[in-house]
Design a binder for this molecule. Structure first.
Ligand code: UDP
Ligand code: MG
Length: 143
């Protein structure tokens, strides 16, 4: 079980000023922020980040959404980070997300769903590297 995950506060949530509330939930859930930035994704960066979904019907809309404004990627550390963070954010579709989760509170629908979370330790590693160079990661991670 790994100790790192990549979170993104997506453009809809940044635009609506949910950033502070979401970061507060992340910290209260016991995660340490090891790197964070605000950035607007280019089309090619968003396509690369979501390349596993490139054959899906929603891919084009997803890329348009993710490039629509600034977003806030964060590298997070906590024991069992991938699973614990996905528990905190809830299901992809906010209609199915548990009460009190980030998506239940802040998502609009299955696409505009406020936050991203890695789905495996292997992808967490790749996704952190997509946004952060080694010297941007605070103290690296405890291994
Ligand atoms: N998405 C969408 N329509 C769908 C499924 C997903 O627009 O039917 C978007 C949504 O923003 C989601 C992202 O594509 O967060 C990636 O989908 P995935 O299935 O990986 O969900 P996640 O891991 O973010 O819960
Ligand atoms: Mg996913």
């Amino acid at each position: 079980m790994g100790n790192k995950t990549l979170a993104i506060i997506k453009p809809d949530a940044v635009q609506k000023d949910y950033t502070g509330s979401i970061i507060s939930m992340i910290i209260k859930a016991g995660f340490k922020i090891k790197a964070m930035k605000m950035t607007q994704l280019t089309k090619s960066s968003a396509e690369g980040f979501y390349s596993v979904h490139k054959e899906r019907s929603f891919f084009k809309d997803l890329v348009a959404y993710m490039t629509s404004g600034p977003c806030i990627p964060m590298a997070l550390e906590r024991e069992n980070a991938v699973e614990e963070y996905r528990k905190l954010i809830g299901a992809t579709d906010p209609k199915k997300a548990a009460e009190g989760t980030v998506r239940k509170l802040f998502a609009v629908d299955i696409q505009l769903n406020a936050v991203h979370g890695s789905d495996s330790d292997e992808n967490a590693e790749k996704e952190i590297a997509h946004f952060f160079s080694k010297d941007e990661l605070l103290n690296n991670f405890t291994e």
